[in-house]
Each structure stands twice: as C-alpha cells, then as structure tokens.
Design a protein around this ligand. Structure first.
Ligand SMILES: NC(=O)c1ccc[n+]([C@@H]2O[C@H](COP(=O)([O-])OP(=O)(O)OC[C@H]3O[C@@H](n4cnc5c(N)ncnc54)[C@H](OP(=O)(O)O)[C@@H]3O)[C@@H](O)[C@H]2O)c1
Length: 316
C-alpha cells in the first residue's frame, strides 16, 4: 500500500475498486481519481503482482502532497471464478464501510481459442462472466457504501466497447449465439471479443432494470473510444501491433489513452453517476446497440451468465 500523507482525517476514505488499472485506460482513469478526488482508497484488482506493483508505484506521484488518498493492488485473475470469489471476499471483509464505486475496466482480446480452467472461452470469461460475478458478489458492499457516503449513490461502471454494435469497426459480428458462445462452431478473435462486450451490455441493462427503484446503487457503461496504443492488442501479430501503434493511432477516429481514461473518469463522476442504465461515450450520453436493449435477450443472457458462474439465486 502506498500513501503520501499521514492518515489523520476522520471521514472514511471513499473506497473505489477497479479491475485492472495497472496500465492502459484504467491506469489513466486511476491517475485522475487520485489527483482529483480527496480521501480515496483505490484498490486495483490485478493478475500479475509485478505489473501491479509497477502500476501502483507509477500512480503514487499523482497523489497530491496534501491528500490522504492511498492506492494499492490486490490479486484478481479474471480467468478464474475462484480468484474472483476470493477477491470479492477480501474486499467485503476489508471494507465493512462498503464500496463507493466499482469500475469494471479489465479486459483482453485473445485471438486464438483458449479455454479457461473453468471451461469457458477466455474472452467471454475475462471480459464478461467474471466481472458479472464480481458485480453480483459486491452488490451488498455497494449498498452499504451508500449509507457511508450518502451524498451520491454507489456506482458500478462497465468499460464497454462500441464494437458490441454491428457495423462498427472491422471484422464480423457480433453474433451472440449459445451454440458459438465458446467459439467451438466458428472461432474469430474479433467476433468473440465483440460477443463478450455485447453480453456485458445486455447484462448491464438487465442489472440497471433490477436496480431501477433502488436508491443505493446505479449501473452504467462507457466506451472510452478507439485507442490503438494500449496493450489490448498484445495477442495480435507483430504487423497488426505496428499498424495500430504507428498508423491507426494517427487517424482522426483514434483517441489517446489519456482521453480514454478521462472518458471513464467522467462517467463515474458528477451528473453521469446519478444516471442508471446509461451508455456513455466520448461525446457524452450515447446509445448502446438495439440488440443490447432487447428485454428477452437480456433475460436469456442474464440467466445463462448466472448459471455459468454458479449464481442460481440471481436468475431473472
Ligand atoms: N483500447 C481500446 O481501443 C478500447 C476500446 C474500447 C474498449 N476498451 C476496453 O477498455 C478496457 C481497458 O483496455 P485497455 O485498452 O486499457 O487495455 P490494456 O492496456 O491491455 O489493459 C487491460 C487491463 O486488463 C487487465 N487484465 C487483462 N486480463 C486480465 C485477467 N485475466 N485478469 C485480471 N486482469 C486482466 C490487464 O492486466 P495486465 O497488465 O496484467 O495484462 C490490464 O490492467 C478493456 O475492457 C477494453 O475492452 C478498449
């Protein structure tokens, strides 16, 4: 755990939990959280202790000298439901005062078909299922958080992608079907990534509907823009990585990683966090795809996700 100032303040630190955040868009958002929200306890859920430690060390300089904020990392491997459950238990026990904000930022794009130890396709488990499970496990802590910080509702923010929409970007999809949810009928990394983000958007809307009359917690999603320079492409070939870093990063549709981080930060701040079921992008409030708003599909994929992660009681 790293801190700048001694802990003398009486009000409890706002507990903000983020998945990933040691690099990329999440890291840029974390910088803004530490630099501009006073008295925060930011926890990054990270899979690699060395990369996590480096990320935390790189964040510390952004804590103002007079701030009581702190940042730390704790183990979270999203390719394992067991790890997600351990992380959720750790957070719940460590913070009886609850959680103020949960940012589901971590994600990957895997271009070859790899099954996890839980026997789900990796893009689907890391980008959707595990963060769906984490959200369900941390909901009670988010409700408690609103009692601790009553001035604004607790907030869950999914980092989405416009690639969940048909016709956006290159490549096919999304084509979300139960037959090909594991990529066994047809594997195409981009298609499965898009499917994972559509599944995430469907379940975000379903969760928002279930929280409609709940004053304690809001849930929203944000697309940070097209940011070719992050590590998200680490699994692609050298030619694609070079194209992304050196050519696509210069096109007008591209954003910098700092702009992406700011977009996520804004979506968890001010007026935006008082919304429920909203979809934000760089320009402000936006629309998720028509398919993601289909209640029958939301119900189907919510129930499938509950069964997949072993949450029978949460079915719609
Ligand atoms: N870049 C874009 O153009 C773009 C556009 C739209 C949406 N997004 C979304 O933005 C989010 C952040 O992406 P990014 O572009 O910032 O990519 P990034 O630089 O690769 O960051 C991804 C983060 O997720 C973590 N992560 C990956 N797999 C994980 C796992 N199995 N368990 C725990 N943590 C894991 C990474 O940890 P390690 O450092 O250990 O790998 C890293 O902290 C993702 O959800 C992505 O889908 C990105």
């Amino acid at each position: 755990m790293a801190t700048h100032a001694s802990e003398t303040s009486v009000p409890p630190k706002k507990v903000i939990v983020m998945t990933g955040g040691n690099v990329g868009i999440g890291f840029e958002c974390a910088k803004l959280i530490l630099a501009s929200i006073p008295n925060v306890h930011l926890i990054l859920g990270c899979r690699d202790p060395q990369r996590a430690k480096k990320g935390v060390n790189n964040l510390v300089p952004f804590i103002p000298a007079d701030s009581t904020s702190i940042v730390e990392h704790r183990p979270l491997e999203l390719a394992s439901f067991h790890s997600v459950r351990q992380f959720a238990e750790d957070i719940t026990k460590s913070f009886p005062q609850g959680i103020h904000t949960l940012i589901l930022n971590a994600g990957l794009m895997v271009f070859s078909r790899k099954m996890t130890g839980d026997n789900f396709e990796t893009n689907v488990q890391v980008n959707h299922l595990s963060q769906f499970l984490l959200t369900q496990l941390l909901l009670p802590s988010l409700r408690i958080g609103h009692k601790t910080w009553p001035e604004e509702p607790s907030c869950i923010l999914f980092v989405s992608s416009t690639l969940h929409k048909p016709g956006v970007g290159r490549g096919k999809g999304p084509e979300l079907t139960i037959e090909n949810i594991d990529g066994s009928v047809e594997f195409d990394g981009m298609l499965i990534y898009r499917n994972s983000k559509l599944c995430q958007a469907l379940c975000m809307h379903a969760l928002a509907a279930s929280l409609k009359d709940d004053p304690d917690v809001n849930v929203n999603a944000v697309c940070p823009g097209f940011i070719p320079t992050t590590d998200l492409k680490r699994d692609s070939g050298l030619a694609t990585r070079m194209l992304m870093d050196n050519v696509l990063s210069r096109i007008s549709a591209a954003s910098t990683v700092q702009e992406g981080g700011a977009c996520v930060f804004e979506a968890m701040s001010g007026e935006k966090r008082s919304k429920n079921g909203a979809y934000f992008s760089k320009g402000g409030e936006d629309e998720s795809s028509e398919e993601s708003k289909d209640p029958a599909k939301q119900k189907f994929w919510w129930n499938w996700s509950c069964e997949a992660v072993g949450l029978e009681n949460s079915k719609m």
